[in-house]
Write a protein that binds this ligand. Structure first.
Ligand code: AMP
Length: 488
């Protein structure tokens, strides 16, 4: 016989005092992020106040990630770990500080990252070191340094961590930011490029974001050499229309003119020769093969001839992911990557093909937040949220009434955790009304309620927060009941 029984309210089961549960609004409320800034303590004088505020400020372009935003970040971290593991990538970490020469050798002079954006300094012994501006060069260094070519190839690695670039801070551009990074080293097949694009695309989809891949091929250095002669000649004839930065780029790194966002430069670029026309037959075949895999996987892509990604080490495939229905700006790529077949050799290793991507977590968090806000607005205006993207996992809250129940709940929370289930709760609150309000705030679909009677009976009430209907469940079967809720 089932231990469940449907009852319409919990009055008969509660010990005193009886809370007015019915008075609590139970319709699910959308999550809307509130500002997390704490008001500054009242200063003794204006000057003293400014001094305290300055001392407490984060370094320009760097920010704190605090609750509740932090929970969203954890979700992005876990989703990254899940998808990377599912595609057989293995976790790595490299130091945040590296020798400056590593990035000068790999990324190359003439790039913004190396010329303008490195946090480079001397340590106490005069060693030239810097905060890493990206992860690929570090991974390549580690691969060579630890002889990873002796392991079974390819070596597939993933990580998440902070990067530092001394750029002008603005929306979507920070001086400290985080990337989810995947690298496949030791294999040259085009399916590797397609797999990486699939991981990046599906990661964003798992977070509720709908994106399109922009893709191009830079071919081999030989293909590029011929193309560069043609491109430089073309830009010289249009020099007068180029911005001051691009005039310098023309001398140092003409490919960079292609991704300049200046309007006048963009008009020139629209008429510029395209690298795909300069690819050798094998390079063309490689690119076609990557595109065929994407077709097979149903991943939407746009051929983007001016996508060059700025760094010297890329060969063949380069790609970036953009959120659909968001106007493009210089800061709107959610992530990007490509093949870098020459980098390992350039750093002193054997000739080793490789490819990878990096996703910008700050920009992804902002996109996910925008979607959550759109959902909240849609709910408020009566639009069906089913039309909007984004996963909504059921949340379960565990409320208690009375000291004995509090102790029992504390124990049950651990038992549930051991069974792989996490419930929200606030054991410090005594009032059931307050706890149900919290459950609403967290958008709980169900609240478990344990009062004195339930402690004695060995049962728990499970309240559907939308319908108000409650069931009584044996405490021993509460895990099964929650699993059913979470799967529904
Ligand atoms: P990149 O390493 O330049 O190819 O960048 C990969 C991704 O990291 C970009 O698509 C952005 O999402 C993110 N990203 C790069 N630079 C920054 C920055 N300064 N602030 C925030 N995110 C960034």
């Amino acid at each position: 016989m089932s231990s469940k029984k449907v009852v319409k309210n919990n009055k008969a089961t509660m010990s005193k005092p009886q809370p007015k549960v019915a008075a609590v609004k139970t319709a699910p409320k959308p999550f809307v992020k509130k500002p997390t800034t704490v008001p500054a303590a009242k200063p003794v004088s204006e000057d003293a106040g400014k001094k305290v505020a300055n001392q407490l400020a984060t370094v320009r372009g760097m920010k704190d990630i605090l609750p509740p935003e932090g929970d969203g970040w954890l979700h992005m971290w876990r989703t990254a770990a899940d998808i990377a593991t599912a595609y057989d990538f293995h976790y790595f970490e490299t130091p945040t500080v590296e020798q400056t020469s590593l990035f000068v050798r790999s990324i190359g002079r003439g790039t913004d990252v190396v010329d303008k954006e490195m946090y480079a300094f001397e340590d106490r012994d005069g060693g030239k070191i810097c905060l890493r501006p990206e992860m690929t060069a570090s991974v390549a260094r580690a691969y060579v340094m630890h002889g990873l070519h002796t392991q079974s190839q390819p070596v597939k690695m993933w990580s998440i961590g902070p990067l530092f670039r001394y750029d002008r801070p603005q929306a979507g551009r920070y001086r400290e930011f985080h990337q989810f990074d995947c690298e496949t080293i030791g294999e040259s097949a085009p399916v590797i490029d397609a797999e990486l694009i699939a991981v990046a695309y599906n990661y964003l989809r798992d977070l509720g974001l709908s994106t399109t891949v922009r893709i191009n091929s830079l071919g081999t250095p030989d293909d590029r050499q011929n193309y560069l002669v043609e491109l430089t000649g073309f830009f010289r004839t249009k020099r007068g229309y180029l911005c001051e930065d691009c005039k310098k780029r023309l001398l140092k790194n003409p490919l960079r003119v292609l991704d300049c966002k200046n309007e006048s430069c963009a008009t020139v670029v629209a008429e510029a020769p395209q690298i795909v026309d300069w690819l050798s037959e094998p390079s063309k075949a490689f690119f076609m093969s990557v595109l065929e895999y994407l077709d097979e996987l149903g991943i939407p892509y746009v051929l983007t001839p001016n996508l060059v990604r700025g760094l010297d080490y890329y060969t063949h495939t380069v790609f970036e992911l953009y959120e659909d229905s968001v106007n493009e700006t210089a800061q709107s790529a959610l992530g990007g990557g490509g093949r870098y077949d020459l980098l390992i050799e350039q750093l002193g290793g054997q000739s080793t093909p490789a490819a990878g991507f990096a996703m910008g977590m700050e920009r992804i968090a902002a996109a996910v937040e925008r979607i959550a806000a759109a959902k909240a607005a849609a709910l408020a205006s009566g639009t069906t949220i089913a039309d909007l993207p984004g996963p909504s996992k059921p949340v379960v809250f565990f409320a208690h009434l009375g000291e004995q129940a509090r102790r029992r709940v504390l124990k049950l929370i651990e038992e549930l955790r051991q069974g792989g289930i996490v419930v929200r709760h606030n054991l410090a609150k005594s009032s059931l009304k307050v706890q149900l309000e919290l459950a609403n705030k967290y958008n709980a679909t169900h609240t478990l309620i344990l009062g004195q009677k339930e402690v004695q009976d060995g049962t728990v009430l499970i309240r559907n927060m939308e319908s108000g209907i409650q069931e009584i469940v044996d405490q021993k079967k509460v895990r099964q009941a929650i699993v059913k809720i979470l799967e529904s």
